[in-house]
Design a protein around this ligand. Structure first.
Ligand code: SAM
Length: 223
C-alpha cells in the first residue's frame, strides 16, 4: 500500500464511520434529472453515502475508492439494506469507464487530491464516460480554503494552487472559479453554490471554503 492510500486508510481505521450517512443535498434535490438508462458512478465513494442513496432510488450504481475499509463498510451497508452496488477498491486514476456508460458521475470531495494534469485526465475520462446529457457532480475546496493559506506558509506550492505534502507523499490542489469554468467549459451548469461552512464532523471545528457543482455534458466528448 503506498503512502497516499495508507493516509486515507488510516483515517477510516481511526473511527467506525468517517463521513455522514446522508447524501449530498443537491444530489437528492436533482435526482429526477438522472436517467435510469445508464449507471450512476461514484468515484472516491468513501463509505458510499451517495452511492447507497442512488441504489435505494432504484439506479444501477458502481463506485470505487482507495480505501478497502471504506469499500467494505459500503458493502456491509448495502447488504443490510438489501441494495446492490458494484464496488471495488483501487486508484480512480486507473478505473476504466466505458464510453457513454453513465448517466451521473459523482466526485464528492475528491478532485482536490490530484495534480493539475491528473485532474484534466480524470475529467476527460469522466466526460467520455457520460452519456449525451449525462451529469457530473463535483464538490471541491476553492482557493479561499483556510488549509491552502497554511500550506502557502510552508512554501510547498509546486504549481499555482497545487501543494506537495511530503509527509504523505501526496498533492492537494485548490481551485479558482476561473479554473473550474475553463475545465468544465464543455458542460452546462445546472447548480452552482459557493460555500463557507464550519465543519463539526471530525477533529477541532474548522472552516471549509468550496464550490459545489452539478453540470451536464453538452456535446460530443473528445475523441
Ligand atoms: C473526503 S473523502 C470523500 C468521500 C465521499 N466521496 C464522501 O463525500 O462521503 C475523499 C475520498 O477520496 C478517496 N480517494 C482519494 N484519492 C483517491 C484515488 N486516487 N483513488 C481512489 N480514491 C481516492 C479517499 O480514499 C476518500 O475516501
Amino acid at each position: 500500500m503506498d503512502k497516499k492510500n495508507s493516509l486515507w486508510e488510516n483515517q477510516y481505521l481511526k473511527t467506525g464511520q468517517l463521513w455522514a450517512s446522508e447524501p449530498e443535498a443537491a444530489l437528492a434535490k436533482y435526482v429526477s434529472l438522472v436517467s435510469k438508462d445508464k449507471k450512476v458512478l461514484d468515484l472516491g465513494m468513501g463509505e458510499g453515502r451517495n452511492a447507497l442513496y442512488f441504489a435505494g432510488q432504484g439506479f444501477k450504481v458502481a463506485g470505487t475508492d482507495f480505501s478497502t475499509t471504506a469499500v467494505e463498510r459500503c458493502k456491509e451497508k448495502a447488504e443490510q439494506l438489501g441494495l446492490e452496488v458494484h464496488m471495488s477498491a483501487g486508484n480512480l486514476k486507473d478505473y476504466e469507464i466505458a464510453p457513454e456508460s453513465c448517466s451521473l458521475i459523482i466526485m464528492a470531495n475528491v478532485l482536490n487530491f490530484f495534480r493539475d494534469r491528473e485532474i484534466d485526465m480524470i475529467l476527460k475520462k469522466v466526460e467520455q464516460g457520460l452519456q449525451d446529457g449525462g451529469l457530473l457532480y463535483l464538490n471541491v475546496f476553492d482557493s479561499y480554503e483556510p488549509g491552502m493559506q497554511k500550506l502557502k506558509e510552508h512554501g510547498s506550492e509546486v504549481a499555482p494552487g497545487t501543494f506537495y505534502r511530503k509527509q504523505t507523499d501526496s498533492y492537494v490542489h485548490f481551485f479558482t472559479c476561473e479554473e473550474l469554468e475553463e475545465k468544465l467549459e464543455r458542460f452546462e451548469t445546472i447548480h452552482k453554490s459557493d460555500y463557507q461552512s464550519l465543519d463539526l464532523s471530525h477533529g477541532e471545528p474548522h472552516v471549509h471554503s468550496g464550490v459545489e457543482l452539478l453540470v451536464r455534458r453538452k456535446c460530443q466528448p473528445f475523441v
